[in-house]
Write a protein of this length. Structure first.
Lengths: 282, 249
C-alpha cells in the first residue's frame, strides 16, 4: 500500500490519467442526467459494450494487412463509428414490430458483449487487453487521450449549452415540441450522438465499466440531492469528477483495479445521497 | 370572420387505417368548440390530428398562416422523474415563439410571469411541477399554454382529474382567457354538462357507432341527438344563464 506522500511525489505518473478521468467524470456526469431522466440507462450500457466491441474488433483486424483501409480500423475510429451508428439507430427507430424497445437494447448489449469476448479470445494482444477494455485500466492513458477527451468534452459542453433548453424540452415533452415544430428527431439524434461520441472516446481510455458507471450513478445521486434541474446537472458533474479522481486515488494507494475503483466510488456517492435523502425525508 | 382552422374531407386514424370520416368544419376566432364522446371514441385522435401530431388518413387541415396553438395535455402524461419547476414548465409554452438554439429574452420572461399571474400560480413558480395537486398542475399547464400567446387554445380533458372546485376554477379561467384574448378554444371532455355550459359549438364523436356530428350547440344539443348519442332520455335546461342537461327519466 502506497502512502499519500508517495502518491503526491508520483504526480508525473497519475497526472494524465487523472485529467482524463476527471474530464470523463464531468462530461459523463452531465450527459448522465439525460440518460437517467429519459430512462435510457440500458441504451448507455449497450453503447459502452458496442464501443468495446469496436475497440476489440480493431485489435483483431490489426493482424491483417489492410493497406489503405488500415486507418479505418483504428480502435478509436472504429469504436466511434459503431457507437454513433448504434446511437442513431436507437434514436431514429421507435417501432420494432413485435419486439419491445428494451428487447432490442438487450439484444445490442448482449451481442456486443458476447462478440467482444469471442474477439478477445482471437486477438494476439490477448485477454488482458480485453479485460482492460471491459473493466477499465486507466493506469496509463495514451498521450493523445489527454488532448482528445478534453476537446470532445469541450465540444459536447458547448453544444449542450447552446441547445440546453431544446434538449430538456424534447426530453420532457416530445408532443408539445412537435406541435411547436421543433426538430425533435434531429435533437434526439444529436443528444444520443453526443452521448455516443463521449462513450466511444472514454471507453477506449477508461473501459466500459467505469464509463457506464459514470453515466448512471452521479446523475442518480444528484437527483436524490436536489429538486432543482440546473443544480441536478451541476451536482452530477461534481460527483462525476469526484468519483473518477477519488477512484483513481484509491486505486493508486490500495493497488485496486482503476475502473472498478471509480465505479465503486460513484456507487458510494449514490449510497451517501440515498442516506441523505432518507434523513431529510424522515 | 377569419377561419383559423378548416377540416376538409378529413378521415382520422392511425397508420393509414381510417377510424372515422368527419364533416367539414371551420373554426373561427372567438369560438369555443367542445369535443364530446365516450372513452375510446376517437376524441384524442381527432385532437391530435387537428394539432398535426398525427397525419390525417385522408383530407386536409388548413390552418391560418402563422396560427399558434396553446396546448393543455392531460397532466398524467408527464414523467414525475423530472424535477421541472413550475416556472420552467410555463417557460416551455413560450418556446412556440423561441426557436431552437435561441434563449428566452427579457420580454419573453415578462410574458411568462404575466401568464403565471393570470392563472394564479405565480406563488408556485419555485415549486416542482410533480409536487403540485391535480388542480394546481392543470392551472400551471393552462399558464404554459397561454405563455405562447396562442391563437387557438386546445385542452385535452382539462378537468378529468380534479375535484368540483378545481373544475370550476379551471373552466372559469378558460372562459375569462377566451373573452380577454379573443382566441379560439377547442376542448375535449367526456363531461356533457361542462361542454354544454361553456362551448358554443360542439362535435359529437363515436367511432364505434360511426357518429360524427358538428355544429352550433343549439343544433347539436337537442333531445333527439342526445338520445341517439347517449341512449338516455335527456333534455336541455338553463341554470344561471348556462345550458345544463336534465335527465328526464
Amino acid at each position: 500500500m502506497a502512502t499519500f506522500a508517495e502518491f503526491i511525489n508520483s504526480y508525473f505518473l497519475w497526472r494524465d490519467p487523472m485529467i482524463v478521468g476527471a474530464v470523463t467524470g464531468a462530461v459523463c456526469g452531465f450527459l448522465g442526467v439525460y440518460v437517467v431522466l429519459r430512462r435510457i440507462i440500458f441504451v448507455s450500457a449497450a453503447l459502452t459494450q458496442i464501443s468495446s466491441f469496436g475497440v476489440g474488433l480493431a485489435f483483431y483486424l490489426e493482424a491483417y494487412s489492410l493497406g489503405v483501409f488500415a486507418s479505418l480500423f483504428d480502435p478509436f475510429i472504429l469504436s466511434l463509428l459503431l457507437t454513433c451508428l448504434a446511437a442513431a439507430f436507437f434514436a431514429l427507430r421507435k417501432d420494432f414490430s413485435r419486439v419491445s424497445t428494451e428487447g432490442v437494447i438487450a439484444f445490442g448489449f448482449l451481442l456486443a458483449s458476447g462478440a467482444v469476448v469471442i474477439i478477445g479470445d482471437r486477438i494476439t494482444k490477448g485477454a488482458h487487453d480485453i479485460a482492460d477494455i471491459l473493466f477499465g485500466s486507466a493506469v496509463v492513458v495514451e498521450p493523445a487521450d489527454v488532448l482528445i477527451i478534453p476537446l470532445v468534452a469541450l465540444i459536447v459542453f458547448i453544444t449542450h449549452i447552446i441547445f440546453f433548453k431544446d434538449f430538456v424540452f424534447v426530453s420532457f415533452d416530445t408532443e408539445t415540441a412537435r406541435l411547436f415544430k421543433y426538430p425533435v428527431r434531429l435533437l434526439n439524434t444529436g443528444l444520443l450522438i453526443t452521448i455516443a461520441v463521449v462513450v466511444a472516446v472514454a471507453t477506449r481510455a477508461l473501459g466500459a465499466l467505469p464509463v457506464f458507471g459514470l453515466l448512471a450513478l452521479p446523475a442518480l445521486s444528484s437527483l436524490l440531492i436536489t429538486e432543482n434541474l440546473k443544480l441536478v446537472f451541476i451536482f452530477s458533474v461534481v460527483i462525476g469528477i469526484l468519483s473518477a479522481t477519488l477512484g483513481y486515488f484509491f486505486s493508486f494507494i490500495l493497488s485496486l483495479p482503476t475502473g472498478a475503483s471509480m465505479t465503486v466510488c460513484a456507487a458510494a456517492f449514490f449510497l451517501l445521497a440515498s442516506g441523505w435523502k432518507g434523513l431529510s425525508a424522515g | 370572420m377569419s377561419h383559423l382552422i378548416k377540416l376538409e374531407g378529413l378521415t382520422i386514424g392511425y397508420e393509414k387505417k381510417g377510424l372515422l370520416q368527419t364533416t367539414d368544419i371551420a373554426i373561427e376566432r372567438g369560438q369555443f368548440w367542445g369535443i364530446l364522446g365516450p372513452n375510446g371514441s376517437g376524441k384524442s385522435t381527432l385532437l391530435k390530428t387537428i394539432l398535426s401530431l398525427i397525419p390525417p388518413v385522408e383530407g386536409n387541415i388548413v390552418s391560418e398562416n402563422g396560427a399558434v396553438f396553446g396546448y393543455v395535455p392531460q397532466h398524467e402524461k408527464f414523467d414525475a422523474i423530472y424535477p421541472i419547476s413550475v416556472f420552467e414548465l410555463v417557460s416551455m409554452g413560450r418556446y412556440s415563439r423561441v426557436p431552437p438554439g435561441k434563449r428566452l429574452t427579457t420580454d419573453d420572461r415578462a410574458v411568462i410571469e404575466d401568464s403565471l399571474d393570470k392563472v394564479g400560480v405565480a406563488h408556485l413558480c419555485g415549486r416542482t411541477f410533480r409536487s403540485l395537486s391535480g388542480g394546481e398542475k392543470q392551472r400551471s399547464l393552462l399558464a404554459r399554454a397561454i405563455a405562447g400567446e396562442p391563437d387557438i387554445l386546445v385542452l385535452d380533458e382539462p378537468t378529468a382529474a380534479v375535484d368540483i372546485k378545481g373544475e370550476a376554477q379551471i373552466m372559469s379561467l378558460v372562459k375569462s382567457i377566451k373573452q380577454e384574448s379573443g382566441l379560439a378554444v377547442i376542448m375535449v371532455s367526456h363531461f356533457l354538462n361542462t361542454i354544454s355550459a361553456f362551448s358554443d359549438h360542439i362535435i359529437l364523436i363515436d367511432k364505434d357507432n360511426d357518429i360524427f356530428q358538428a355544429g352550433d350547440k343549439k343544433e347539436i344539443l337537442n333531445s333527439e341527438t342526445l338520445n341517439k348519442f347517449f341512449g338516455l332520455n335527456l333534455d336541455m335546461e338553463k341554470v344561471n344563464e348556462m345550458q345544463a342537461i336534465e335527465r328526464l327519466t
